[in-house]
Design a protein around this ligand. Sequence first.
Ligand SMILES: [Fe+2]
Length: 204
Amino acid sequence: MPHTYNPKDLPFKRKLIGISEKTMTIHHDKLYVGYVNKRNEIEKKLETVDRSAANATYSDLGELKRQESFAANGQILHESYFNVLGGEGSRASGALLKKIEENFGSYEKWEEDFKACGMAARGWVVLAYDTNDGYLHNYAADSHNTGGIWGAIPIVVLDVYEHAYFIDYGSDRKAYIEDYMKNLNWQPAEHLYESLVKLPAHGH
Ligand SMILES: [Fe+2]
């Protein structure tokens, strides 16, 4: 049975610094919802696709599987991105701040690297808690389905696709990233991190 995904509402109401309502409406209502709808469409087609014709050069199953990872990550990464917006910037606190300081040297060093990754990537920057090594990493991805590390859970996600900023900032991605930091809501990130580190350690 295919699983049906339902788009989530934007989790914040407040006006963002620098990022317009127009950008957010297009980003959420058209692009994000589009990924969720396409994921559902793919799931449905996977029910009846001809598996006997599976082929790595071209096959319906192959294409559905490739685009499944694109649509699924498009959904997941956008939900994580929206989830940490609508706050007042500042900085992480509590256990997450402590872990950032441990793994990056200081909050400032983490932020410097995160923002630089935002200038270097073509799609996403993800502060992730990697369950493989128990460390926080800034991972960068050039598209939804390249560059992700399996087992790494996104904590703070930055979208650097042009659709995230071009209407408001033109080509000035640096200014967008500065404003993104000012709009950060750390609370959901802190709660997520705390819930992850409470998970029982898995044995090898
Ligand atoms: Fe996006």
